[in-house]
Design a protein around this ligand. Structure first.
Ligand SMILES: N=c1c2ncn([C@@H]3O[C@H](COP(=O)(O)OP(=O)(O)OP(=O)(O)O)[C@@H](O)[C@H]3O)c2ncn1[C@@H]1O[C@H](COP(=O)(O)O)[C@@H](O)[C@H]1O
Length: 107
């Protein structure tokens, strides 16, 4: 099991078995809106870190974002395998850049 799978598993276990003092359990208890708020915040922090800080800070913020995304996935009943399958499906297709659109001449 790699670190991503391990983290997803931990976050899933917190959903099935809430624990005292667990931040993950606290997020589930607060509900979807709180989780979405955290995803939004962490997303913004990733952007700020990418623009203005060292890669060390960016890596730290990416860790926070992945964690909160996994909490969101568990809350919504989305598995890591489902996302992996979607990525595998996409990887079958290469050269995804859309050809330049024709200019609209007929208004
Ligand atoms: N990866 C993380 C992780 N990343 C960030 N955080 C927590 O996310 C919180 C975000 O901090 P903020 O300052 O943004 O938020 P806050 O002010 O503490 O609280 P709120 O704004 O959310 O109310 C901090 O308390 C961090 O500790 C995490 N908490 C848990 N994990 C993983 O989840 C596992 C289980 O943790 P528990 O559920 O706490 O046992 C851990 O072993 C880790 O692997």
């Amino acid at each position: 099991m790699n670190e991503f799978e391990q983290l997803y598993q931990t976050v899933l276990e917190r959903k099935e078995h809430p624990e005292e003092g667990s931040y993950t359990s606290y997020l589930y208890e607060k509900g979807l809106e709180k989780i979405l708020k955290k995803v939004g915040e962490e997303n913004t922090e990733v952007i700020i870190a990418a623009l203005s800080q060292k890669n060390e800070d960016l890596i730290n913020e990416l860790g926070d974002l992945f964690y909160h995304l996994f909490v969101l996935m568990v809350e919504k009943g989305v598995t890591l395998s489902e996302v992996q399958e979607e990525l595998a499906r996409r990887s079958q297709k290469k050269h995804n850049l859309k050809a330049e659109r024709k200019p609209i001449t007929n208004y």
